[in-house]
Design a protein around this ligand. Sequence first.
Ligand SMILES: [Cu+2]
Length: 121
Amino acid sequence: MRPGLLTVLLATLCTAALATEPRVIVVTLNNYTIKPDTLILKAGEPVILKVKNEATFIPHNLVIKAAQAGIELKVVVGAGKTSEVRFTPTQPGNYELLCDTQPPIGKSHQEKGMHGMMVVE
Ligand SMILES: [Cu+2]
């Protein structure tokens, strides 16, 4: 192999690795908040959401309803736990995110304030 070709190959590999390096975003759930409540993402940019539930007793979840952007997910996180999910939004737009827990009595977590927006630019 010619030395020049190897350089080109290595440069290509490094560029590809950088391009697919996901952005890590920490989302914190508590009673009854999602922080940040607006996620600003870029179409085609891979992200890892680390979803942290800081509540002492209550499990929460993060639902993202963005079928048009190739994402429909629900991450369930026990009290005091962290879960992560990785995805790449494909279509720009504004999409809903929420905790869909509905206790047998009383208001849903969404009604209590656990909702927000995922903006894909
Ligand atoms: Cu909840």
